[in-house]
Design a protein around this ligand. Sequence first.
Ligand code: NAD
Length: 374
Amino acid sequence: MSIAASDAVRPPIVAAGDAGSGIFAYCSQQYRVVFGAGTAARLGEETERLGIKRALVLTTPEQQDLGRRLGAGLGDRLAGLFAGARMHTPVEVTNAALRIVESHDIDGLVAIGGGSTVGLGKALSLRTGLPHIAMPTTYAGSEMTPILGETTNGIKTTQQSQDLVPDTVIYDVDLTVSLPPHVSAASGLNAIAHAVEALYAPDANPLTSLMAEDGIAALARALPRIMDAPADAGARRDALYGAWLCGVCLGAVGMSLHHKLCHVLGGMFNLPHAETHAIVLPHAAAYNAAAAPDAMTRVARALRTSDTPQGLFDLARRLGLPRRLADIGMPEDGIARAAEMAVRSPYANPRPVERVAIQDLIAAAWRGDAPAQH
Ligand code: NAD
């Protein structure tokens, strides 16, 4: 068993940078990370550290057996299991869990699962102030961000607060081995997208950039090996480590064109989130390549390629991910509408966001072209 623990103490997130002057601000969040194979066995110790005596374990319905198994390790600190976590944190699910928290004298939360379960842990800890331990089992990275997206009557709203960051994150590599290879690949490329955009973020800073480059390198190394051998312990370790770093990037600096496009496309056409990221990323990188040369150099170095957009495209192909938006449910007549929407209130981006060029970008991603720099 190998363990690494880190504590980072910092005030609320305020990262501001000025690439021209070399001046930047870096603020970190406060959390404890325990990383390594077999670290789930430390759950009891970690709950004790936070003074939790009556923990509620949270999972999705699919992961309730895992929740039961790991919860048993808590002995008499386990008060119960709520296995109702769902995608996009529906408020009615949070309210149902809240009733259990209140009626069972719960004094701590243990979220075991992907972004959906961690989202429920965040929503509950925000409402109750209870300590929250997250045990991620995917590469989504939510546990590293001060962000929560919740849905009420199908409408999603997002909020940001330091109170959303889990107190402790236990990254047990063993819990990720069951994640199917194609889900791992899409989730991993989604994580890489956070780090690529962190490298040219308006508030990029040297520390986040170090994490971004290392995170991309670790995932790019690991994902092809996971496709070949899903239980490869070293590859799973690298991938989870990379996902951790990419999650920090997502929580630390602002995202740009790529995330705006995926948000628009996903929302308009109900496209699968991670696959949309995998298809759009090479094209978004190509769009920004000339305006963000330093970021491109760093991504290329991490991917061990000389051409960042092509390297991202090749990685997605190697992982067997879909290459065309047309193949994941986007209609051709949606291209112009999506471009129109994407240029409305755009996120900050290294290159100006222009409608005609964005329409060309979306059309290329719809057809599955190799990324072209204009
Ligand atoms: P998920 O948590 O919805 O999990 C998808 C499915 O995979 C579930 O059925 C789950 O039980 C199962 N699963 C998870 N880990 C598994 C494993 N190791 N083995 C087998 N099955 C496993 O998926 P996700 O992609 O991790 O999270 C998506 C959600 O997270 C979305 O709601 C998204 O908006 C949110 N998210 C939020 C942030 C943030 O910063 N707030 C960041 C990323 C994602």
